[in-house]
Design a protein around this ligand. Structure first.
Ligand code: T4K
Length: 397
């Protein structure tokens, strides 16, 4: 790409990509296998309610996460809500604000107050050093979020939870197929929750799961996701409808067969971004730990505008004009969304790192729909923008 600013679509040139490049484009496994499974399930006329495909999917997820129980659900948010209720969360729960809004809403939906804790600027995860100071007599638990598929500080959070007799759950929506200290995510806390939403590493269109090693908890969660039914006409617990459908499980099973390919492509893309953005001042790419298993699903950039001069939001505008639809996850932070910003308008004062990150982070497209050539072009555009920062700043005024 010619390194002249007039080549940028934001200044009138034709966009580099004629069709948009999205963050979160679904990974889809072998279409033939998927369609065969769908045909079979239509023939069988068993569409939902703990059908054979859901059972098979649960067994595979449990095996992959190396955990005793997997209870598949219709989405990750319901899975979070049910897990929270099943372990007995109430009153206040300490949770990061730098996460998808579902983590906080799953609590508030049940009239449990999310108490937002700041994050570690290096890892983007809830900062255990700040958790203890937020515990009150009303605190019943802590939610750690394995953001971007990298595990949060499980060890430190476990110690705090044990010391204060708190329940610990992990939102592992991003972290299916990832490990912590060599052990698969899914094994920590009382329970962990995966999301299998379309945008996730493995998807079931919409879907999620609670995984746990606790037999009694698993039994309770299984009841709770099916109205509390223990058998025909026999309701023994309060419950809701959190069931995964057979067509969702068909998609999940098909994706599982291509999991290694998804990882390989994500890893290839991640390496391409690393080399394309290498030594670019003010732009840092979140790195994955080589000692751990990862799904490499997120390409996360931090823009330090004191160096680039162009702000993160200006860069987003420039990339969108090129049809590169970057996302500002998780701007502006849960605490700045409703109802939390009305309930606690000054929470931001306690969350300086969250506020800072929410202004700096952007996600770039990756996954099986994105190729190396496209990544190289994206990196060239970012490089041009950063190198010409002062002039761009002037022209964008
Ligand atoms: N905890 C965490 C930490 C989470 O990140 C999430 C979900 C949850 C809990 C809750 O799990 P679920 O209840 O969702 O299972 C998207 C997803 O809807 C959401 O699942 C995900 N996190 C979040 C990070 O991203 P939005 O509001 O950004 O979605 P939307 O419609 O803007 O789409 C995102 C991008 O994906 C766009 O670039 C378009 C692309 N896309 C999306 C869909 C649905 C496609 O290319 N194809 C598609 O089918 O929330």
């Amino acid at each position: 790409m010619n390194g002249h600013l007039d080549n940028l679509a934001v200044f009138g040139a034709t966009p580099k990509f004629s069709t948009p490049l999205h963050v979160g484009r679904p990974n889809i496994g072998d279409r033939e296998y998927l369609l065969a499974r769908i045909n079979d399930l239509l023939d069988s006329r068993w569409l939902t309610n703990n059908g054979p495909l859901v059972q098979e999917f649960e067994a595979h997820v449990a095996a992959l996460a190396d955990v005793k129980h997997c209870i598949a659900m219709c989405n990750g948010t319901i899975a979070l809500e049910i897990a929270m209720r099943a372990v007995g969360l109430a009153g206040e729960v300490i949770v990061p604000s730098f996460t998808f809004i579902a983590t906080a809403h799953a609590l508030q939906w049940q009239e449990i107050t999310p108490v937002f804790c700041d994050v570690d600027p290096q890892t983007h995860h809830i900062d255990p050093r700040r958790v203890e100071g937020m515990i009150t007599p009303r605190t019943s638990g802590i939610i750690g979020v394995h953001l971007w598929g990298r595990a949060c500080d499980v060890e430190a959070l476990t110690k705090i939870a044990q010391k204060h007799h708190l329940k610990l759950i992990f939102d592992a929506a991003h972290a299916f197929g990832c490990s912590y200290q060599g052990r698969m995510i899914g094994n920590f806390g009382e329970a962990e929750v995966f999301s299998f939403h379309a945008t996730k590493f493995l998807n079931t269109f919409e879907g999620g799961a609670v995984v746990t090693n606790n037999d009694n908890l698993a039994k309770k969660i299984r009841l709770m996701k099916n109205f509390g039914f223990a058998g025909y006409d026999d309701v023994i617990h309060i419950g809701t409808n959190g069931k995964m459908s057979e067509i969702a499980a068909a998609m999940g099973l098909t994706g599982l067969e291509s999991l290694n390919e998804f990882i390989a492509v994500n890893q290839r893309n991640y390496q391409a971004y690393r080399s394309g953005l290498k030594d670019l001042p003010g732009v840092s790419l979140l790195t994955y730990y080589e000692s751990e298993q990862g799904n490499y699903q997120y390409i996360v950039l931090e823009i330090d505008e004191t160096v680039t001069l162009v702000t993160r939001d200006q860069l987003v505008k420039i990339l969108w004009a090129e049809n590169i639809l970057t996302r500002r996850y998780f701007y502006p932070g849960c605490h700045r969304m409703e109802p939390y910003r009305s309930y606690f308008p000054h929470t931001g004062l306690l969350l300086p790192e969250t506020e800072r990150l929410a202004q700096r982070v952007l996600l770039l497209p990756t996954g099986t729909t994105v190729g190396i050539d496209e990544i190289q072009t994206i990196c060239q555009i970012i490089r041009l923008v950063v190198e010409q920062g002062p002039e761009i700043k002037q022209r964008l005024l």
